[in-house]
Design a binder for this molecule. Sequence first.
Ligand code: BYC
Length: 314
Amino acid sequence: MHDHDPEERFQAIIDDDGRIEPRDWMPPAYRKSLIRQIAQHAHSEIIGMQPEGNWITRAPSLRRKAILMAKVQDEAGHGLYLYAAAETLGVDRAELLDMLHDGRQKYSSIFNYPTLTWADMGAIGWLVDGAAIVNQVPICRCSYGPYARAMIRICKEESFHQRQGFEILHTLSHGTPAQHDMAQDAVDRWWWPSLMMFGPPDQESTHSEQSMRWGIKRFSNDELRQRFVDMTVPQAEVLGLRLPDPDLRWNPERGHYDFGEIDFTELFEVIKGNGPCNRQRMADRRRAHEEGEWVREAAAAYAAKRAAQREEVA
Ligand code: BYC
């Protein structure tokens, strides 16, 4: 029966916790939601290169510079895997980039905050990549095969990123008092925006319910946020740094840390384009795209030449 009714076959795969592949029939809304999420994810990786790129020329040693360059290059790679995963759903990368550039598609709120000191490279690695791992590990089990498979490699690389951030902060925190203060200041500024990365609270999340039914999301925004807090508090103790929340404390009844109220109006403002760096990030992105036009033209001309040569041989 499943062979005859594509909708039933789709549902049977979802119910069996199987994988939907590009050639399988899928409901148009499933395809649309995946394109939205994967594209937003890809754009975040690409825009996410900017706040860190800001520090490549100012990294405090050759070793730190080499590591930071490798990390930023990894992020370009993640963007490419994700655009490729989105393309299996029938959209074109150029089309997705146009949608980013004209504001029809979003990228993560977190990349609209400035990177003011070297310690911000530590805080981004530790907190932002730490949050990204908590959010992304469950996506390795996403019901859409190409997205799930892309996530496996991305998560491995993210875990290296998280450790490099932790190590930067550990070094600063155990350095001079001025270095310790710089590390603390970075954590103070990145903590709340990192919690906002997980999205609005569950009751205000428009897509969660349907995405969870389809196996695109495995856990809700609030569940993942809690998991991140629980994982991060003991790490802060090892770092010797304070998380800027007076209400943060272990709740033995819940078996989780309680934490203070998040100012979600800030998240919504940043998503709307009113964060501290939104305009700068988009202006830099559009400029990079325009300046890269000759590279895209050259690559397309080269690919066309190779294809013509292959045809001649055949
Ligand atoms: N920022 O219904 P909801 C990285 C939007 S890359 C901006 O809960 P959903 C990294 C949401 O899109 C980090 N917008 O949505 C890279 C929706 O608006 P639309 C990116 C946000 O999709 C380099 C509306 O709010 N990671 O980690 O069920 C260096 C309602 O939300 C945000 C991913 O993209 C936000 N924070 O859940 C270092 C992971 N939150 O589309 C690190 C994949 C929500 O209806 N994405 N919105 O206009 C996801 O897991 C999910 O899309 C989210 C949101 C959990 C982010």
